[in-house]
Design a binder for this molecule. Structure first.
Ligand SMILES: Cc1cc2nc3c(=O)[nH]c(=O)nc-3n(C[C@H](O)[C@H](O)[C@H](O)COP(=O)(O)OP(=O)(O)OC[C@H]3O[C@@H](n4cnc5c(N)ncnc54)[C@H](O)[C@@H]3O)c2cc1C
Length: 627
């Protein structure tokens, strides 16, 4: 049967990508349907009960700045918040939170269900329906067809998911859930290339059988930081994590059973996550290390389950138990859910454009783990952008592509569509060439306006932002124009902070440039009429103290922007460009770069090839003008 209502946007999957995609499309005014296999597993955290971390925290703040949901939900359901790398420079600090996994899931379920313009339904999608190269809907396993002008696929690890525990294997999308067996066949029939990747997760342990007294306690920050720029509070009780270590005995057990590890051995065909390696991988790759960290992370306030972070494994159950019991504090531990590896189908992401729309089928978008990424934040970021772009296309507005110089989301998507990925891709600060201007603290300064322009930032959030901007501007002006005279009180403070005394009138701005001083010291010399909010004060401190570095990076962006601005026409005929090698020509045809900047980032595309491409573009333009 064909369902009576016709939607603008249909989202398949209700994981981290699916929820953001559906919310964005609906909030932008599109009638939207989110179809998912099981309504009880909306926004489930398949692996670690945590959001954020290095570079991932940046993504969450950018999602929030654009008007996405992840930051709000984790603020409401987090049970421990920390800023990682606090002692390092502001560019590499990352906010991380432990989540109450079930409360996170239920909170997101409530948000999507209450969203106006969004229908949420249970259904297993098996086929994408296409007519004349354009998507027109989807069909479920019980024969219901839903019609939509755009379809966003966000199916995570579910496409032909196959779980491995030791040498036992069985089809599953995630522990305890069905796989999606037919959808990737439908994509293959439509001409998409499909690859295979793998990932793994550790066992979940019974907290009543863990001796925490043998471990070191890891409390969160007090006060806990926020992800959302419109912070509303942390309603849940905050709890600690615990740290212990593997030892030589653990490693011996692992080495002795490697032939039974599908993650390490050759049983799994898919490529695994180099950046979240299994304990088998770590023991073999870092053979000189006599121990590895294991963090015991609570899965929630109302459960005894603990996530054993650091010992992701696909070893057989009996070896998992022995290995865990060899660890200090886990001698008596009971496994509640065993660790496992999963392999799954993905669609190599050079098949999509920066808008996340597929090149092959108009109106069809891919987002999240289906594009070869790993991680909730990477998935959510893509989901948000796919939802935004599907809505913009339906409204006949120009799509939104974020530049590498303005966001980690831009880096993520550009990396995927330009270079593809042969292994699960996760975000790192080292992937961003303009790290100093892409900080967590200024994500709102970079992206709030864009979120507002597309209609995702509501009046209340916009008001918070404009007030913050005003207070920063006013305070910057005050610091520039207020001078302090040398005097005993001033110089005593300066000397106490280990910096030289002043001998003439000096502006507060000049003083704040000194690395020994913080904004807190400056206001003791001359306070503003109204005290500043901490995030505005932080912004001022960073902008003034890192001004030189920031300016240098902005100059670099300016230099490269001319390459990014040189747009390559969609109908560029690479086969007709003389002088290109077959390899370069093939890569350009596969990726279809949007600009000379993007073309220059494709691996193997040389500066000489770029020159030939620029000449060909000039010729084409002149030909058109002459024609
Ligand atoms: C075992 C395991 C280990 C992992 N380890 C790590 C790790 O170490 N580090 C890390 O960063 N990330 C890890 N992850 C990945 C992380 O869970 C995902 O990257 C993230 O959840 C992907 O989000 P998503 O929205 O793309 O997909 P998911 O969160 O997987 O959501 C997919 C959604 O699609 C639905 N669905 C699937 N097929 C269909 C269909 N045909 N019809 C309707 N609905 C469908 C599902 O029901 C689900 O709601 C791991 C995941 C697993 C399963």
């Amino acid at each position: 049967m064909t369902f009576q209502k016709k939607y603008d946007v249909i989202v398949i999957g209700a994981g981290h990508a699916g929820c953001e995609a559906a919310l964005a499309a609906a909030r932008m005014g599109c009638s939207t349907l989110m179809l998912t296999m099981n309504l009880d597993s909306i926004a489930v955290m398949s692996c670690n009960p945590a959001i954020g971390g290095l570079a991932k925290g940046h993504l969450v703040k950018e999602i929030d700045a654009l008007g996405g949901e992840m930051g709000n939900v984790i603020d409401r359901t987090g049970i421990q918040f920390r800023i990682l790398n606090r002692s390092k420079g502001p560019a590499v600090r990352g906010t991380r939170a432990q989540a109450d996994k079930q409360k996170y899931r239920l909170a997101m379920k409530e948000v999507v269900e209450k969203q106006q313009g969004l229908d949420v339904k249970q259904g297993l999608v098996e086929r994408v329906v296409v007519e004349d190269g354009k998507v027109i809907g989807v069909e479920t396993n019980i024969g219901v067809q839903y019609q939509g002008s755009a379809v966003i696929i966000t199916t995570g690890t579910f496409l032909k998911g196959l779980i491995h525990i030791g040498l036992v294997q069985y089809p599953s999308g995630r522990a305890g859930e069905f796989p999606s067996e037919k959808l990737s066949d439908s994509l293959r029939e439509l001409g998409f290339a499909i690859g295979r990747l793998k990932t793994g997760t550790p066992a979940r342990l019974n907290g009543r059988t863990i001796d925490f007294s043998k471990m070191s306690m890891q409390p969160g920050d007090d006060p806990p930081p926020f992800f959302s720029f419109t912070e509303k509070g942390h309603p849940l009780r905050q709890v600690p994590c615990y740290l212990t270590y593997t030892n030589e005995r653990t490693h011996e057990l692992i080495r002795g059973n490697l032939d039974r590890s599908p993650l390490y051995g050759g049983v799994i065909k898919g490529v695994g996550p180099r950046y979240c390696p299994s304990i088998e991988d770590k023991v073999m790759r870092f053979a000189d290390r006599d121990r590895h960290q294991v963090f015991l992370e609570p899965e929630g306030l109302d459960t005894e389950e603990y996530y054993a972070n650091g010992v992701s494994t696909s070893l057989p159950y009996d070896v998992q138990e022995k290995m865990l019991r060899s660890i200090n504090g886990l001698e008596e531990v009971e496994i509640m859910r065993s660790g496992y590896a999963i392999e799954y189908d993905f669609a190599p992401p050079t098949q999509i454009r920066h808008s996340l729309e597929t090149k092959r089928i108009e109106g069809l978008y891919f987002a999240g783990q289906i594009n070869g990424t790993s991680g909730y934040e990477e998935a959510a970021a893509q989901g948000l952008m796919a939802g935004i772009n599907a809505a913009l296309k339906i409204q006949e507005r120009e799509h939104l592509v974020l530049a590498r110089s303005e966001s980690y989301i831009g880096v993520l998507i550009d990396d995927l569509v330009t270079r593809g990925t042969l292994e699960p891709y996760r975000m790192f600060t080292s992937r961003a060439e303009y790290r100093l201007i892409l900080r967590e603290d200024n994500a709102d300064l970079r992206l709030r306006q864009k979120g507002r322009d597309i209609g995702l930032v509501d009046d209340a959030a916009w008001d918070v932002f404009t007030r913050k901007m005003q207070s920063i501007e006013q305070e910057m002006a005050r610091l520039r124009t207020t001078r302090v005279k040398p005097g005993s009180a001033v110089n005593e403070m300066l000397e106490a902070r280990g910096t030289t005394a002043i001998v003439e009138g000096t502006s507060l701005e000049q003083l704040l440039k000194r690395p020994e001083l913080g904004y807190g010291d400056i206001v003791t010399l001359a306070a503003p009429s109204e005290p500043l909010a901490p995030e505005a004060a932080e912004q001022i401190e960073i902008q003034i103290q890192y001004e030189g570095f920031i300016q240098r990076q902005l100059d670099q962006v300016e230099r490269f922007s001319s390459l990014e601005g040189k747009k390559i026409p969609l109908d560029m005929d690479y086969a007709a460009i003389p002088g290109l090698t077959t390899e370069v020509r093939q890569k350009l045809m596969d990726v279809q770069p949007a600009s000379i900047g993007q073309a220059s980032r494709i691996s193997g595309v040389t500066p000489a090839a770029i020159s030939l491409l620029i000449v060909a573009m000039e010729r084409k333009k002149r030909g058109k003008v002459a024609g």
